[in-house]
Design a protein around this ligand. Sequence first.
Ligand code: AHG
Ligand code: MN
Ligand code: MN
Ligand code: MN
Length: 329
Amino acid sequence: MNRLNLENHLASLADLDGTLRTLLLSVAQSCTRISAAVARGALGGVLGSLESENVQGEVQKKLDVLSNNLLIESNERNGCLAAMASEEMDTLYPIPDDCERGPYLLLFDPLDGSSNIDVNVSIGTIFSILRAPGSQPAQESDFLQAGTQQVAAGYAVYGPQTMLVLTLGQGVVGFTLDPDSQEWVMTHPHITIPADTAEFAINMSNMRHWEAPVRRYIEDCLTGDTGPLGKNYNMRWIASMVADVHRILMRGGLFMYPRDARASGKKGKLRLMYEANPMSMLVEQAGGAAIDGHIRILEAQPDELHQRIGVILGSRNEVERVKRYHQED
Ligand code: AHG
Ligand code: MN
Ligand code: MN
Ligand code: MN
Protein backbone atom coordinates (compact mmCIF):
# COMPACT_ATOMS: atom_id res chain seq x y z
CA MET A 1 0.00 0.00 0.00
CA ASN A 2 1.50 3.35 -1.00
CA ARG A 3 1.89 5.61 2.00
CA LEU A 4 -0.72 8.38 2.27
CA ASN A 5 0.48 11.79 1.19
CA LEU A 6 -1.23 15.15 0.76
CA GLU A 7 -2.06 14.46 -2.88
CA ASN A 8 -3.78 11.09 -2.40
CA HIS A 9 -5.35 12.24 0.85
CA LEU A 10 -7.06 15.17 -0.88
CA ALA A 11 -7.97 12.91 -3.83
CA SER A 12 -9.71 10.56 -1.37
CA LEU A 13 -12.07 13.35 -0.21
CA ALA A 14 -14.98 12.74 -2.60
CA ASP A 15 -16.82 15.98 -1.81
CA LEU A 16 -13.74 18.22 -2.02
CA ASP A 17 -14.10 20.89 -4.70
CA GLY A 18 -11.47 20.29 -7.38
CA THR A 19 -10.43 23.95 -7.45
CA LEU A 20 -9.92 23.94 -3.68
CA ARG A 21 -7.82 20.79 -4.01
CA THR A 22 -5.65 22.49 -6.63
CA LEU A 23 -5.29 25.54 -4.37
CA LEU A 24 -4.28 23.48 -1.33
CA LEU A 25 -1.62 21.64 -3.33
CA SER A 26 -0.38 24.96 -4.66
CA VAL A 27 -0.11 26.45 -1.17
CA ALA A 28 1.67 23.30 0.05
CA GLN A 29 4.14 23.65 -2.83
CA SER A 30 4.77 27.26 -1.71
CA CYS A 31 5.56 26.01 1.79
CA THR A 32 7.97 23.42 0.36
CA ARG A 33 9.84 26.26 -1.35
CA ILE A 34 9.82 28.42 1.80
CA SER A 35 11.06 25.45 3.84
CA ALA A 36 14.03 25.05 1.49
CA ALA A 37 14.88 28.76 1.81
CA VAL A 38 14.56 28.63 5.62
CA ALA A 39 16.78 25.52 5.79
CA ARG A 40 19.56 27.28 3.87
CA GLY A 41 19.57 30.21 6.32
CA ALA A 42 22.87 32.09 6.15
CA LEU A 43 23.97 29.89 3.25
CA GLY A 44 21.11 31.31 1.20
CA GLY A 45 21.58 34.88 2.37
CA VAL A 46 18.02 34.95 3.73
CA LEU A 47 18.80 36.09 7.27
CA GLY A 48 18.68 39.63 8.57
CA SER A 49 16.42 42.63 8.08
CA LEU A 50 15.58 44.98 5.24
CA GLU A 51 15.30 48.74 5.50
CA SER A 52 11.54 48.52 4.83
CA GLU A 53 8.65 48.50 7.30
CA ASN A 54 5.35 46.67 6.72
CA VAL A 55 1.85 48.01 7.25
CA GLN A 56 2.06 46.68 10.84
CA GLY A 57 4.95 49.08 11.55
CA GLU A 58 7.40 46.16 11.82
CA VAL A 59 10.85 46.18 10.23
CA GLN A 60 10.66 43.48 7.55
CA LYS A 61 13.03 40.53 7.58
CA LYS A 62 14.41 39.31 4.25
CA LEU A 63 12.54 36.04 4.80
CA ASP A 64 9.24 37.87 5.42
CA VAL A 65 9.42 39.37 1.94
CA LEU A 66 10.93 36.30 0.26
CA SER A 67 8.17 34.07 1.69
CA ASN A 68 5.51 36.57 0.71
CA ASN A 69 6.82 36.70 -2.86
CA LEU A 70 7.05 32.90 -3.10
CA LEU A 71 3.39 32.61 -2.05
CA ILE A 72 2.30 35.25 -4.58
CA GLU A 73 4.38 33.71 -7.38
CA SER A 74 3.26 30.13 -6.65
CA ASN A 75 -0.43 30.95 -6.41
CA GLU A 76 -1.29 33.81 -8.75
CA ARG A 77 -1.50 31.58 -11.82
CA ASN A 78 -3.25 28.52 -10.40
CA GLY A 79 -6.68 29.67 -11.59
CA CYS A 80 -8.14 29.25 -8.09
CA LEU A 81 -8.05 32.77 -6.73
CA ALA A 82 -9.76 36.13 -7.04
CA ALA A 83 -7.17 37.79 -4.83
CA MET A 84 -4.68 37.35 -2.00
CA ALA A 85 -3.92 39.26 1.20
CA SER A 86 -0.84 39.12 3.42
CA GLU A 87 0.59 40.50 6.64
CA GLU A 88 3.38 41.87 4.48
CA MET A 89 1.23 43.75 1.93
CA ASP A 90 -0.67 46.98 2.66
CA THR A 91 -3.78 45.93 0.78
CA LEU A 92 -5.12 43.05 -1.32
CA TYR A 93 -3.19 41.56 -4.23
CA PRO A 94 -5.68 41.21 -7.13
CA ILE A 95 -4.99 38.38 -9.57
CA PRO A 96 -3.38 40.00 -12.67
CA ASP A 97 -5.58 40.41 -15.74
CA ASP A 98 -3.49 37.95 -17.75
CA CYS A 99 -4.10 35.21 -15.15
CA GLU A 100 -7.21 33.04 -14.90
CA ARG A 101 -9.23 33.96 -11.80
CA GLY A 102 -10.99 31.58 -9.42
CA PRO A 103 -13.57 31.53 -6.61
CA TYR A 104 -11.30 31.69 -3.56
CA LEU A 105 -9.43 34.27 -1.49
CA LEU A 106 -6.08 33.29 0.04
CA LEU A 107 -4.82 35.12 3.13
CA PHE A 108 -1.48 34.45 4.77
CA ASP A 109 1.14 35.35 7.29
CA PRO A 110 4.00 34.28 5.05
CA LEU A 111 6.58 34.06 7.80
CA ASP A 112 5.31 33.84 11.38
CA GLY A 113 7.78 34.29 14.24
CA SER A 114 10.11 36.65 12.41
CA SER A 115 11.98 37.53 15.60
CA ASN A 116 13.21 33.91 15.61
CA ILE A 117 14.54 33.82 12.03
CA ASP A 118 18.09 34.94 12.88
CA VAL A 119 18.41 32.74 15.98
CA ASN A 120 17.47 29.41 14.35
CA VAL A 121 14.23 28.85 16.27
CA SER A 122 11.10 27.31 14.68
CA ILE A 123 9.07 29.64 12.46
CA GLY A 124 6.16 29.05 10.10
CA THR A 125 3.61 30.10 7.50
CA ILE A 126 -0.09 30.50 8.35
CA PHE A 127 -2.86 30.51 5.71
CA SER A 128 -6.62 30.93 5.51
CA ILE A 129 -8.99 30.34 2.57
CA LEU A 130 -12.31 32.13 2.08
CA ARG A 131 -14.80 32.12 -0.79
CA ALA A 132 -14.72 35.25 -2.91
CA PRO A 133 -18.21 36.84 -2.80
CA GLY A 134 -18.15 37.03 -6.57
CA SER A 135 -17.56 40.72 -7.14
CA GLN A 136 -15.09 41.11 -9.98
CA PRO A 137 -12.48 42.44 -9.57
CA ALA A 138 -11.98 41.61 -5.90
CA GLN A 139 -11.93 44.41 -3.36
CA GLU A 140 -10.72 44.62 0.22
CA SER A 141 -14.24 44.38 1.65
CA ASP A 142 -14.53 40.88 0.10
CA PHE A 143 -12.01 39.67 2.68
CA LEU A 144 -13.92 41.02 5.68
CA GLN A 145 -15.67 37.75 6.53
CA ALA A 146 -15.93 36.15 9.98
CA GLY A 147 -13.64 33.19 10.68
CA THR A 148 -16.63 30.82 10.55
CA GLN A 149 -16.64 31.45 6.77
CA GLN A 150 -13.20 29.89 6.25
CA VAL A 151 -13.32 26.85 3.94
CA ALA A 152 -9.82 25.76 4.96
CA ALA A 153 -7.00 26.84 7.25
CA GLY A 154 -3.53 25.58 7.99
CA TYR A 155 0.09 26.23 8.73
CA ALA A 156 3.52 24.98 7.89
CA VAL A 157 5.99 24.84 10.78
CA TYR A 158 9.69 24.95 9.83
CA GLY A 159 11.24 23.18 12.81
CA PRO A 160 13.30 20.03 13.38
CA GLN A 161 10.78 18.61 10.90
CA THR A 162 8.83 20.67 8.42
CA MET A 163 5.14 19.87 8.94
CA LEU A 164 1.93 20.97 7.29
CA VAL A 165 -1.18 20.96 9.50
CA LEU A 166 -4.50 21.43 7.74
CA THR A 167 -8.25 21.53 8.34
CA LEU A 168 -11.09 21.56 5.81
CA GLY A 169 -13.72 21.67 8.53
CA GLN A 170 -13.75 17.92 9.19
CA GLY A 171 -10.95 17.51 11.71
CA VAL A 172 -7.22 18.27 11.61
CA VAL A 173 -4.57 16.33 9.67
CA GLY A 174 -0.78 16.60 9.82
CA PHE A 175 1.83 15.89 7.14
CA THR A 176 5.61 15.70 7.45
CA LEU A 177 7.79 16.85 4.56
CA ASP A 178 10.05 13.98 3.49
CA PRO A 179 13.35 15.79 2.87
CA ASP A 180 14.42 13.17 0.31
CA SER A 181 11.26 12.89 -1.81
CA GLN A 182 9.90 16.38 -1.01
CA GLU A 183 6.56 14.66 -0.48
CA TRP A 184 4.09 15.71 2.27
CA VAL A 185 3.57 12.36 4.02
CA MET A 186 0.53 11.94 6.28
CA THR A 187 1.94 11.30 9.75
CA HIS A 188 -0.86 12.67 12.00
CA PRO A 189 -4.22 11.55 10.51
CA HIS A 190 -6.41 12.81 13.35
CA ILE A 191 -5.01 15.55 15.59
CA THR A 192 -6.97 16.25 18.79
CA ILE A 193 -6.15 18.53 21.73
CA PRO A 194 -6.43 17.12 25.30
CA ALA A 195 -9.28 18.95 27.06
CA ASP A 196 -7.19 19.68 30.16
CA THR A 197 -3.72 21.09 30.63
CA ALA A 198 -1.27 22.44 33.19
CA GLU A 199 0.87 24.35 30.67
CA PHE A 200 0.33 27.95 29.63
CA ALA A 201 2.11 30.07 27.02
CA ILE A 202 2.23 33.84 27.46
CA ASN A 203 4.87 36.57 27.23
CA MET A 204 5.22 37.32 30.96
CA SER A 205 7.13 40.55 30.29
CA ASN A 206 3.81 42.15 29.31
CA MET A 207 2.19 41.45 32.72
CA ARG A 208 1.92 45.15 33.62
CA HIS A 209 -0.27 45.67 30.53
CA TRP A 210 -2.72 42.81 31.07
CA GLU A 211 -6.34 43.31 31.94
CA ALA A 212 -7.27 42.15 35.47
CA PRO A 213 -8.80 38.73 34.58
CA VAL A 214 -5.62 37.59 32.79
CA ARG A 215 -3.45 38.80 35.63
CA ARG A 216 -5.62 36.99 38.22
CA TYR A 217 -5.60 33.78 36.19
CA ILE A 218 -1.80 33.74 35.77
CA GLU A 219 -1.26 34.65 39.44
CA ASP A 220 -3.46 31.68 40.41
CA CYS A 221 -1.55 29.41 38.01
CA LEU A 222 1.69 30.37 39.81
CA THR A 223 0.39 29.32 43.25
CA GLY A 224 1.01 25.64 42.47
CA ASP A 225 -0.99 22.60 43.54
CA THR A 226 -1.85 24.07 46.97
CA GLY A 227 -3.47 27.09 45.31
CA PRO A 228 -7.01 27.60 43.94
CA LEU A 229 -6.33 25.74 40.68
CA GLY A 230 -4.83 22.72 42.47
CA LYS A 231 -2.08 21.95 39.97
CA ASN A 232 1.55 22.86 39.29
CA TYR A 233 1.58 24.73 35.97
CA ASN A 234 4.47 24.75 33.53
CA MET A 235 5.17 27.64 31.14
CA ARG A 236 6.38 27.82 27.56
CA TRP A 237 6.81 30.83 25.21
CA ILE A 238 8.51 30.30 21.84
CA ALA A 239 7.37 33.65 20.37
CA SER A 240 6.43 31.94 17.11
CA MET A 241 2.65 31.48 17.26
CA VAL A 242 2.93 28.56 14.83
CA ALA A 243 5.34 26.68 17.11
CA ASP A 244 3.37 27.43 20.29
CA VAL A 245 0.08 26.39 18.66
CA HIS A 246 1.67 23.26 17.16
CA ARG A 247 2.82 22.19 20.63
CA ILE A 248 -0.73 22.68 21.89
CA LEU A 249 -2.17 20.62 19.03
CA MET A 250 0.33 17.88 19.86
CA ARG A 251 0.03 17.75 23.68
CA GLY A 252 -2.49 20.36 24.87
CA GLY A 253 -1.88 23.69 26.55
CA LEU A 254 -3.14 27.25 26.67
CA PHE A 255 -1.80 30.06 24.43
CA MET A 256 -2.51 33.67 25.32
CA TYR A 257 -1.67 36.92 23.62
CA PRO A 258 -4.32 38.95 25.46
CA ARG A 259 -5.65 42.40 24.69
CA ASP A 260 -3.69 45.16 26.33
CA ALA A 261 -5.21 47.34 29.05
CA ARG A 262 -3.58 50.38 27.42
CA ALA A 263 -5.56 52.11 24.68
CA SER A 264 -2.55 51.68 22.36
CA GLY A 265 -2.74 47.89 22.57
CA LYS A 266 -6.46 47.59 23.17
CA LYS A 267 -6.97 45.05 20.45
CA GLY A 268 -3.89 42.93 21.11
CA LYS A 269 -0.89 42.13 18.92
CA LEU A 270 -2.03 39.22 16.78
CA ARG A 271 -3.88 39.79 13.51
CA LEU A 272 -7.40 38.41 13.16
CA MET A 273 -7.55 37.51 9.48
CA TYR A 274 -4.32 35.55 8.95
CA GLU A 275 -3.19 34.54 12.44
CA ALA A 276 -6.08 34.30 14.92
CA ASN A 277 -8.80 33.03 12.55
CA PRO A 278 -6.86 30.19 10.87
CA MET A 279 -5.36 29.07 14.19
CA SER A 280 -8.78 29.24 15.87
CA MET A 281 -10.35 27.08 13.16
CA LEU A 282 -7.57 24.49 13.58
CA VAL A 283 -7.85 24.52 17.38
CA GLU A 284 -11.66 24.20 17.37
CA GLN A 285 -11.52 21.43 14.75
CA ALA A 286 -9.09 19.60 17.05
CA GLY A 287 -11.57 19.87 19.95
CA GLY A 288 -10.11 22.97 21.60
CA ALA A 289 -11.51 26.49 22.04
CA ALA A 290 -10.45 30.00 20.97
CA ILE A 291 -11.76 33.29 22.43
CA ASP A 292 -10.62 36.90 22.67
CA GLY A 293 -11.42 36.84 26.38
CA HIS A 294 -15.15 37.11 25.87
CA ILE A 295 -16.31 36.07 22.39
CA ARG A 296 -15.45 33.15 20.12
CA ILE A 297 -12.72 34.46 17.79
CA LEU A 298 -14.30 32.81 14.75
CA GLU A 299 -17.43 34.94 15.28
CA ALA A 300 -15.55 38.26 15.37
CA GLN A 301 -16.79 40.43 12.49
CA PRO A 302 -13.74 42.10 10.87
CA ASP A 303 -13.95 45.72 9.81
CA GLU A 304 -10.42 46.04 8.47
CA LEU A 305 -7.96 43.67 6.83
CA HIS A 306 -5.10 44.01 9.32
CA GLN A 307 -7.11 44.37 12.50
CA ARG A 308 -5.81 42.79 15.69
CA ILE A 309 -7.55 40.75 18.37
CA GLY A 310 -6.79 39.29 21.80
CA VAL A 311 -6.12 35.54 21.59
CA ILE A 312 -6.76 32.89 24.26
CA LEU A 313 -6.82 29.40 22.74
CA GLY A 314 -6.05 25.76 23.42
CA SER A 315 -7.33 23.01 25.71
CA ARG A 316 -11.08 23.50 25.94
CA ASN A 317 -11.50 23.21 29.72
CA GLU A 318 -8.63 25.66 30.39
CA VAL A 319 -10.05 28.22 27.93
CA GLU A 320 -13.41 27.87 29.69
CA ARG A 321 -11.62 28.51 33.00
CA VAL A 322 -10.04 31.73 31.68
CA LYS A 323 -13.43 32.79 30.27
CA ARG A 324 -14.88 32.46 33.79
CA TYR A 325 -12.16 34.81 35.10
CA HIS A 326 -13.32 37.35 32.50
CA GLN A 327 -16.97 36.89 33.50
CA GLU A 328 -16.17 37.64 37.15
CA ASP A 329 -15.23 41.23 36.19
P1 AHG B 1 5.03 37.73 13.01
O1 AHG B 1 6.43 37.27 13.13
O2 AHG B 1 4.27 37.11 11.85
O3 AHG B 1 4.90 39.24 13.02
O4 AHG B 1 4.25 37.18 14.28
C1 AHG B 1 4.86 37.22 15.52
C2 AHG B 1 3.81 37.02 16.57
C3 AHG B 1 3.53 35.57 16.89
O5 AHG B 1 4.15 34.65 16.03
C4 AHG B 1 4.10 35.38 18.29
O6 AHG B 1 3.25 34.58 19.07
C5 AHG B 1 4.16 36.79 18.83
O7 AHG B 1 4.29 37.66 17.72
C6 AHG B 1 5.33 36.97 19.75
O8 AHG B 1 5.22 38.28 20.27
P2 AHG B 1 6.32 38.79 21.33
O9 AHG B 1 7.59 38.90 20.55
O10 AHG B 1 5.75 40.12 21.78
O11 AHG B 1 6.40 37.78 22.43
MN1 MN C 1 2.64 36.07 12.70
MN1 MN D 1 4.64 37.30 9.81
MN1 MN E 1 5.45 40.41 11.41
